[in-house]
Design a protein around this ligand. Structure first.
Ligand code: BQZ
Length: 727
């Protein structure tokens, strides 16, 4: 699909590759896209699928892209519970080729005393059958398997398929709002002490890693003490001691019991932090021997890099294990023979024997499903919606499109640190001083034409303006408390003038006052990812609309890990940020990201070299409101607090919201048990919300896409016959 901005024309002399810098000149028109809406209704007809059983809701009205209220209503215990079942089973080929040949103990011995059992509410298409493969694509690349020390497995849901955490939040979009609490997972049950200062958690007794080694509290304590609390180690997804509250302690009170002690009573919000991505322990029996505390020959860098992506069969607690990796080509994962979850009939999960990840670009994810080369993709780039719908509407199309609630968004984050975070040079410091002025932030917001920014992506009802703050789909959203700054370049210029910014040299851009930076042009560098069309066109749009208000914006494109590093180290003026966390929708999960709660916790405002966090007055108010929200369970009080939060954050333009839209899923029609209206991102990414271990393909529809049928992961540390001698 051709982006409206047609970069070719303008990009001649001044363009550099990713990370390069470019200044924009010509204005653009959005009109051609408006007419697109009408054709959409036709295209949406292609979203339902007669093939699956009648209980599978067809996506007939994806246009109702409203809040999340329709989704949910299920009791947590109807989704998952822990109990012993009369009998267990596994795929016949596992029994025949492995158990019968003494290469594996019987399934009943591989499962815990009381495995996790998925209830009927988790099976919209009923109990599944074994077989087939789930093919996906990721634009990331595996760095290695030491998640505890910060290595990514390539994102795109790879780690969500291999890592298991104490609690689980992804499927919470299905849960009754009044019963909302993270689901039990590796922590199968928990009890609070009377005063709420202690939380005792029971782990799944008898669960094992995919190499058969027992999972115990030792794995939990190694992750906590020697990774989360070790200042030399930064687990992936940013877990730190602060994530669970200052002064919080954790102890093992038995091989299957742990106890938290907190400084404030009943901090239930930490149960969300114990889900994906902050408390997913790794295999201590493999990691500890490489940790410098236990192996003096190793540095912390050695420890981090001790398990490169080229090493196969790294032990997991997840449904699948990585058994093959061809760089820049493919990751193959095979079913974990020790997976500790079953369906209500005692069938050990997963149903799908293999998962494949093609290693391509982020834009290839939906393209590959449309082309029949992949089975599942998050449709998170509005610029691809039309093509995806057009493809699905074709007779005999192999996939369908399922839109979820409007939980995706983009905004511009401004670096609000005035005291040196990211070691700004003179130019950057002058810009930070402007970022810290309300009138300047409001001027930037008024400069943005959100309607047109939306239309550059896709026409029709999908994309809505986003004012910043909580997303409209949030149960805590209060429209009356949301200050919208509509597009008004003239008023924006007036606000810039009110802070002394006028175009003194007639080049169309406003200048600093003569005593600041010798009165040079104000220049803001906008850091954005080049990975998707959506991010590239939005960045261009911000540049052009800012220019219309007289503000010079320069684009700096930086990809995935590089961009994440620039942001984490504070080396940015402005960042085009995709909303890929949970706090602005769910609020209850990740609430501590709503404001700069600690010196090193917030995405766009951290402490300077002196360790001091120079909060603005409104930020202090947002911190106070967030603390009050976290400290109360009273829902009406929580709604009142979030209404105040919304008023402050949008009035102050804490972030410059741009667009909000529903994410979707592209799903191969042969896949069953896909919950209706699965959000692309809400309590976690769709790859978790979907509970992929219970997806299945009816026998009659099973494909021949499996690459390694009849094989199981080998063991990691030894050369065993089971893996045909492969390590
Ligand atoms: C989903 C997600 C699963 C990370 C990543 C990626 C990294 C960021 C972010 C998303 C990808 C997909 O997001 O875009 O749809 O599959 O993986 O983990 O953008 O570069 O660092 O925060 O979650």
């Amino acid at each position: 699909m051709q982006t409206p901005l047609d970069l070719g024309k303008r990009a001649s002399a001044s363009t550099y590759g990713p990370g390069g810098v470019r200044a924009g000149k010509a204005p653009f028109s959005a009109a051609p896209w408006v007419a697109l809406g009408a054709t959409l209704a036709l295209l949406l007809a292609g979203c339902s699928d007669p093939g699956l059983s009648s209980s599978m809701p067809s996506v007939t009205s994806p246009i109702t892209l409203g809040d999340t209220s329709q989704v949910g209503g299920i009791k947590p215990s109807d989704l998952v519970s822990f109990k012993a079942l009369p009998a267990y089973s596994e795929p016949d080929w596992v029994t025949r080729e492995f158990v019968a040949k003494g290469q594996l103990p019987p399934v009943s011995e591989r499962l815990p005393r009381q495995p996790l059992v998925f209830g009927p509410a988790a099976m919209p298409d009923g109990l599944g059958v074994y077989g087939d493969v789930l093919r996906q694509v990721t634009g990331g690349r595996p760095e290695g398997w030491n998640y505890s020390a910060g290595q990514s497995q390539g994102w795109g849901g790879v780690d969500i398929g291999t890592m298991e955490c104490l609690t689980r939040t992804g499927p919470l979009f299905l849960v009754d709002r009044d019963a909302l609490e993270p689901l039990p997972n590796l922590a199968r049950a928990w009890t609070w002490s009377r005063d709420g200062l202690q939380l005792t958690m029971d782990l799944v007794e008898g669960a094992k890693w995919s190499d058969g080694h027992p999972f115990t509290s030792d794995d939990v304590m190694f992750y906590w003490q020697d990774n989360v609390l070790d200042p030399n180690v930064s687990p992936l997804n940013g877990a730190s001691g602060e994530s669970f509250g200052p002064g919080t302690t954790l102890e093992a009170v038995g091989p299957y019991r742990i106890r938290w002690t907190f400084k404030r009573p009943f901090p239930r919000d930490y149960l969300y932090q114990m889900g994906y991505g902050k408390f997913c322990p790794g295999p201590a029996h493999v990691l500890r021997p490489q940790h410098p505390k236990y192996n003096q020959r190793n540095s912390y860098q050695n420890y981090k890099l001790a398990f490169p992506a080229s090493r196969m069969n790294f032990p997991t607690m997840g449904a699948w294990v990585v058994t093959e990796y061809r760089p820049d080509d493919i990751l193959i994962l095979r079913r974990n023979p020790y997976f500790w979850k079953v369906d209500a009939s005692g069938r050990q999960l997963p149903y799908l024997d293999e998962m494949q990840y093609r290693l391509l670009g982020w834009n290839d994810r939906d393209v590959q499903v449309i082309a029949g080369g992949s089975d599942l993709a998050n449709l998170e780039s509005p610029a691809s919606f039309v093509e995806a719908l057009r493809g699905a509407a074709k007779p005999g199309a192999g996939y369908r499109v399922a839109f979820g609630p409007r939980t995706s968004a983009y905004s511009v984050l401004m670096n609000l640190s005035g005291n040196g975070w990211g070691e700004p040079d003179g130019r950057a410091q002058a810009l930070r001083d402007l970022n810290r002025q309300q009138a300047f932030r409001q001027a930037v917001s008024m400069a943005m034409d959100r309607q047109s920014l939306g239309l550059t992506q896709v026409g029709g009802p999908f994309v809505k303006p986003y004012a910043g703050g909580l997303l409209a789909s949030s149960p805590f959203y209060d429209a009356s408390a949301t200050r919208q700054f509509d597009h008004d370049p003239r008023a924006a210029r007036a606000l810039l003038r009110s802070v002394g910014l006028i175009d003194r040299d007639g080049d169309g851009y406003v200048n600093y006052p003569p005593n600041v930076r010798n009165g040079e042009n104000v220049t803001a560098i906008l850091t954005a990812s080049p990975d998707t069309i959506t991010e590239r066109t939005l960045a261009e749009g911000v540049l052009l609309f800012a220019r219309d208000a007289g503000l010079r914006v320069v684009l700096r494109f930086a990809s995935g890990p590089q961009r994440d590093a620039l942001i984490a180290s504070g080396q940015f003026d402005w960042v085009l940020a995709r909303h890929d966390t949970t706090e602005l929708t769910t609020v209850v999960q990740g609430a501590d990201a709503l404001a700069p709660m600690g010196p090193y916790t917030h995405k766009s405002h951290r402490a300077g070299p002196n360790g001091q966090l120079d909060l603005l007055a409104y930020e202090r108010e947002m911190v106070r409101l967030t603390q009050a929200f976290i400290a109360t369970d009273n829902n009406s009080e929580r709604r009142r607090l979030m209404s105040q939060y919304q008023r402050v954050s949008t009035e102050q333009v804490n972030t410059v919201g741009l667009i909000q839209f529903p994410g979707g899923l592209l799903i191969d029609k042969r896949l069953a048990n896909v919950p209706p209206r699965t959000p692309t991102i809400m309590f976690n990414w769709a790859e978790d919300a979907l509970m992929r271990e219970r997806l299945f393909v009816p026998k009659a529809r099973q494909s021949r896409h499996e690459l390694r049928p009849g094989t199981l992961p080998g063991c990691f540390a030894c050369r065993s016959p089971a893996s045909g001698g492969k390590p």
